[in-house]
Design a protein around this ligand. Structure first.
Ligand code: WTA
Length: 636
């Protein structure tokens, strides 16, 4: 891309996308369509919804009779799987490659849309035979293998909702999510491969099931072949069931209401328990497919690789649902980016001719550390567009990605969004002049504000709270079984205005470009993964030696943020190196390796408000040697 001179007072240079990209872009103009999409919100979304196949057309595009519980496309009948698979079978796409999957050891499996349909249908029939009902929630705890996608699609096909728990989570995290969803069926695998080692998923699942009385059936995919404990009457092997001669490979896709639940996905929040964010068949289909098509400029011949894990929202929306709805060829990779060597990704891009790569700043920084020689060994000329998500991308990483990976010809789509938003909210289009580190402008139909506590727009360049001012089809509908919490967390602060509070801070520059700064609540983004301080603290105090704990995020070169913890031991226990190691291991065991604290400090007391809330901001300021700010609410 050509660098043009920066306008006065702009804190960053502009990168203009190449003409060849602009000429072919799916969306060629931003301003007018943006204005139209907000002034004629319902028309705009109805036009987008018309790209999908509906069993029955909606009556109302947006039902805003009971905010913040907005409904979209009410009266409409649809199933996301009908759009992601079934409708392609009637066209030449039937024989198009839907998934290319590569395992970490190097094994490869590919599925055409036709083959994917057979696998999904077979497994859907098995789930039915296990008594899975429309509306029930099936928990899925798997590594990144094709059966994970097949399981999600099979649930959706028969109208069951899925709750995918990221395979990097551990016993307590899994047990808690199963309990909240009340799942009767758990789908898992014996393990997966990560850095050359087999993970012990089934062992963790077994331990979690001991804490989960609701589970009646557990189906396990054999991936690694390691020895695992299977309980008779409860445990079944996936391959045994799928190869039963009576398993039918035809299955009708269930007709769903647009507002029927498609999935819940647990995400970390400010307080204790993770929140089950609810998404639905209709609005989510429309929103994810539209954002994917417009932002990543999907063409029939593209090979799309979203290098996230399907266990997080990025994988749900942009590995599974949106790309399949758009009939794309999707790359999926099981393992670590640097295994066996740091060229693994670059090798796969060359091998499969990947044209669009979408990943996180942490992954980019991690690979950048190995130097340019690794990517330079490979022909990366198939790449046309790049993407980034999960945390702010620092300009150094942005430039490396742009120059060394994209060879200065691939615009970078820095997409800001959240589990709760379903899809991209603030993002460039391929035609947008870019500034490294800025997510640029709102997507169509999205009205954004950066405001103070009273709701006034802050001045240009000043930091404020990021809010969304109007509803969009991909928005979360509620928190599962807890609508009050949904209001409390997202809508209470700007109740009068009816705005959604994102939980991030941001600033808008003189060109109207939006810069995301980071979380302002007690959510920590570690390597782009979302964790709650409360979850980490509760894992720490579940250790018998610990009385109280606090967790904070401090900047980390590679991970963006790292978790630092402060603990008070129980009377008679003294903190030492052995206990520190034990506590780190304990958190890993309960929550997962991603939650492993960087440091554990033993302290005598924690700064608290008079009402007993830990003042993490004070801990953070002290750790960084910064001003501690207003301490008037601090308890003696
Ligand atoms: C952060 C991930 C800066 C942000 C899709 C948000 C980002 C949280 C970006 C949601 C970005 C996501 N630039 N920050 N491009 N994308 N974030 O729910 O703090 O796992 O609130 O969804 O990630 O994390 P979640």
């Amino acid at each position: 891309m050509k660098k043009t001179s920066a306008p006065a007072n702009s804190n960053s240079e502009f990168y203009k996308p190449p003409k060849s990209i602009i000429r072919r872009a799916n969306v060629k103009e931003y301003e007018n369509l943006y204005t139209y999409s907000n002034e004629h919100r319902e028309d705009f979304w109805a036009e987008q919804a018309n790209n999908l196949k509906w069993f029955k057309k909606w009556k109302t595009v947006l039902d805003n009779s009971n905010p913040p519980f907005y409904k979209w496309f009410t009266g409409g009948k649809i199933n996301i799987v009908y759009n992601a698979i079934d409708r392609h079978l009637k066209t030449w796409r039937r024989n198009k490659v839907a998934f290319i999957w590569e395992g970490e050891p190097g094994d490869v499996r590919t599925f055409s849309y036709h083959a994917l349909n057979r696998e999904v249908s077979k497994f859907a029939n098995i789930l039915k035979s296990m008594g899975v009902q429309k509306g029930e929630i099936v928990t899925i705890y798997m590594p990144q293998i094709p059966e994970l996608a097949i399981s999600m699609l099979a649930c959706a096909k028969i109208g069951a909702a899925h709750s995918v728990v990221y395979g990097g989570f551990s016993v307590e995290a899994l047990a808690e999510r199963i309990a909240d969803a009340g799942s009767r069926v758990l789908l898992t695998a014996d393990g997966g491969y990560r850095r050359g080692k087999a993970t012990n998923l089934k062992e963790i699942a077994n331990e979690a099931m001991k804490r989960s009385p609701t589970i009646e059936v557990c189906i396990t995919v054999k991936r690694t072949g390691q020895d695992v404990y299977m309980e008779s009457d409860r445990d079944f092997w996936y391959h045994d069931l799928i190869s039963l001669p009576i398993t039918n490979n035809k299955c009708e896709t269930e007709v769903m209401d647009a507002e029927d639940m498609l999935f819940i996905l647990y995400t970390s929040g400010t307080t204790g328990r993770p929140k089950g964010v609810v998404h639905t068949h209709g609005g989510y289909s429309v929103y994810t497919a539209t954002t994917h098509r417009m932002v990543f400029d999907i063409k029939e011949e593209d090979r799309w690789w979203c290098a996230a894990d399907p266990g997080w929202i990025t994988g749900h929306s942009y590995i599974i649902y949106a790309p399949l709805i758009n009939g794309a060829t999707v790359m999926m990779y099981e393992g670590a980016p640097n295994h066996p060597y740091p060229n693994r990704w670059w090798h796969m891009i060359e091998k499969y001719g990947i044209s669009i790569l979408y990943t996180s700043p942490t992954a980019i920084r991690g690979l950048m550390r190995f130097g340019d020689a690794w990517p330079n060994r490979h022909d990366l000329s198939s790449l046309r567009l790049l993407g980034s998500v999960g945390e702010p991308i620092n300009p150094e990483a942005w430039r490396w990605y742009h120059e060394v990976i994209g060879k200065r010809k691939c615009p970078i789509m820095d997409t800001w969004w959240q589990t709760e938003t379903g899809g991209f909210m603030i993002t460039p289009l391929p035609i947008t002049p870019l500034k490294p580190g800025s997510a640029t402008k709102p997507f169509f139909g999205i009205e954004v504000g950066v405001v103070d506590d009273a709701g006034n727009e802050v001045k240009t360049g000043e930091e404020g709270k990021l809010v969304i001012k109007s509803p969009w089809p991909g928005m979360a509908r509620t928190i599962y079984k807890d609508p009050d919490r949904y209001i409390e967390v997202y809508w209470k602060d700007y109740e009068k205005m009816g705005w959604y509070k994102a939980g991030d801070s941001a600033r808008i520059d003189e060109d109207g470009y939006i810069w995301i700064i980071g979380r302002i609540d007690d959510v920590i983004k570690v390597s782009g993964y979302r964790l709650g301080t409360a979850e980490i603290e509760s894992a720490l105090v579940s250790h018998p030696d610990i009385a109280e704990a606090a967790a904070i995020a401090l900047p980390h070169d590679l991970k963006g943020n790292a978790i630092h913890t402060f603990v008070i031991t129980r009377a008679g226990v003294s903190g030492d190196k052995t206990l520190e190691q034990e506590l780190k291991k304990h958190v890993s065991h309960e929550l997962g390796p991603i939650a492993r604290p960087e440091s554990v400090a033993f302290v005598e007391s924690l700064p608290k408000t008079r009402s007993g809330k830990i003042m993490r901001r004070v801990l953070r300021a002290r750790a960084l040697g910064e001003d501690e700010g207003d301490l008037t609410t601090l308890e003696e």
